[in-house]
Design a protein around this ligand. Structure first.
Ligand code: ADP
Length: 494
């Protein structure tokens, strides 16, 4: 785009025509001499007239018409070559001054000042009195009465003033035009820059999306390929431990146990990565069916019992008797509870206690607000709440919202005490939210942690997950850290 600084502007672009016409009009009223302004292309911008009977009268004669038209054309086509004023004399004895309109060395047009009769002229010239045989000398004289007679020095002064006023108008107009155009130019420039940045950003985003997909596919393939041989390593270790290939001495038994344990850890890591890559690529399938949570909780507890016993940790269950079955993907919900229990066992020291509780939440209790209590028609519960509480090391407050992020671990030092991948909770969150539920955590360092899941009974994805208003009753009923849990006052607005 050409800048206003390089562009040549026309007179009509520059000035506000209405005010320019008004200024010219006031000059005309003041001196009773007409003003016309033309731009560089010859277009008339101002035509402030004064009645002129002389011109009208001579125009009724053919030779008058001819000469008048010739002069008008001459004035109209005159293109000033310098800022000097040029004079044009009419055969009627009248005079015009042509004032070039210049701005910054550019001629933008011309101002035609006149006609007037020069004061030194005493009588009408022969060129008009002898114009035609039929011309009435008395009428001619009478018609000159209203035309201003002005001495040249006066005209000079008027033109000087007029030029000054026009210069001021041009200067201020140019400044205004410059400012507004510069403003538009800079906005346009920024807009174009922004558009370009947007385009680049979009390109990068598409590329990243593509790369992310490639990464997920790669991870899925690699994890899958790693899992098969690893399962064999674990299976054969198991068979060796069972003595299927002959008796083992204690040292061999110890070595193979280590191979099996590490193999198991690796398998867990690979399974986690596979799950995450499936979640990220959107290829994870959910198969929803009627799911009994008490059974799932029991089987999850069984799977962590050996480690709990080894770590001297007590496992407790507080599942309410009227818990309805929920519509969910059984395996996914089991994995969620196993992940939470696995963490609880891992992060709870000897002598600690882990409690899994499950109960329904009434809409009213859950702070849904809209539900009305009707004694004749009990509302079917719409939500179940599962809590996994431990008396473990706890999580610092400022890490609470990060633990659900992929690969996040509170202790990420190379010397960290607890194993793990940082994937477990991110899988939990994804699985629970895919069911239309919500997961949250409350914890206190050195006291313990409670992970709470809220799941819809009917398996339908709701608009909004309920907000718990008070959690104290459940916490004390389950017999774990009532005070700590009392601080759970609300979660769930997603
Ligand atoms: P991982 O347990 O494999 O490290 P997770 O995603 O399951 O990964 O957990 C992320 C982090 O959250 C853990 O590394 C730990 O710092 C913290 N965390 C999770 N559960 C507990 C818990 N019950 N007690 C204390 N810290 C926990």
């Amino acid at each position: 785009m050409e800048s206003i600084l390089q562009k040549s502007v026309t007179l009509s672009e520059l000035v506000d025509l209405a005010s320019f016409q008004e200024v010219c009009q006031s000059f005309v009223e003041l001196y009773r001499i007409a003003i016309k302004v033309f731009d560089a292309s010859g277009a008339k911008l101002v035509d402030a007239k004064v009645p002129d009977e002389l011109c009208g009268y001579v125009f009724t004669f053919a030779p008058g018409r001819q000469q008048c038209t010739a002069l008008v054309n001459q004035i109209k086509s005159f293109a000033p070559e310098s800022p000097e004023v040029t004079e044009f004399n009419c055969f009627t004895g009248q005079r015009y001054k042509i004032v070039p309109v210049y701005y910054d060395h550019d001629c933008l047009g011309k101002l035609v000042y006149g006609p007037y009769i020069p004061a030194e002229q005493n009588d009408l010239p022969a060129s008009v009195t002898g114009l035609d045989v039929g011309i009435d000398a008395a009428k001619l004289r009478a018609s000159t009465e209203q035309i201003r007679r002005v001495a040249e020095p006066t005209i000079q002064r008027i033109l000087d003033n007029l030029k000054k006023v026009v210069d001021v108008i041009l200067f201020t107009s140019y400044k205004g035009l410059l400012t507004s155009n510069m403003h538009i130019e800079s906005i346009t420039e920024s807009y174009n820059e922004l558009q370009e940045k947007n385009r680049q950003l979009k390109e990068s985003y598409e590329r990243l999306k593509e790369l992310d997909k490639l990464k997920s596919n790669f991870l899925a393939t690699v994890s899958h390929e790693l899992r098969t041989p690893l399962t064999s390593v674990i299976g054969y270790s198991e068979m060796l431990l069972e003595g299927l290939a002959g008796d083992l001495n204690n040292e061999q038994r110890e070595y193979i146990s280590t191979i099996m344990e590490k193999g198991d850890n690796l398998l867990q890591l690979i399974t986690g990565i596979l799950d995450i890559s499936k979640i990220e690529s959107g290829t994870l399938k959910f198969s929803i069916s009627e799911t009994r949570l008490d059974e799932i909780i029991e089987s999850s507890l069984s799977s962590v019992r050996p480690q709990a016993v080894k770590g001297g940790i007590t496992l407790a269950k507080a599942v309410s008797a009227d818990l309805p079955p929920i519509q969910a993907d059984r395996d996914k919900i089991r994995q969620v509870i196993v992940n939470l229990l696995g963490n609880a066992v891992k992060f709870t020291p000897k002598g600690g206690r882990i409690t899994v509780s499950a109960e329904t939440i009434a809409d009213g209790d859950a702070g849904m607000g809209g539900a009305q209590f009707n004694p004749f028609e009990a509302l079917a519960p719409r939500w179940v709440k599962i809590c996994v509480s431990d008396t473990g090391i706890g999580i610092p407050k400022d890490n609470l919202d990060k633990v659900f992020e992929t690969f996040y671990q509170v202790d990420n030092s190379s010397t960290r005490e607890f194993g793990g991948t940082g994937l477990g909770l991110s899988i939990v969150k994804n699985f629970v939210e895919s069911h239309g539920g919500h997961v949250s955590v409350d914890s206190e360092v050195g006291v313990g942690s409670t992970f709470t899941l809220v799941l819809p009974v009917d398996g339908k994805k709701p608009e909004e997950v309920p907000v718990l208003v008070d959690d104290t009753r459940r916490a004390s009923a389950a017999g774990v850290g009532g005070e700590r849990n009392a601080s759970v006052t609300g979660y769930g607005k997603r």
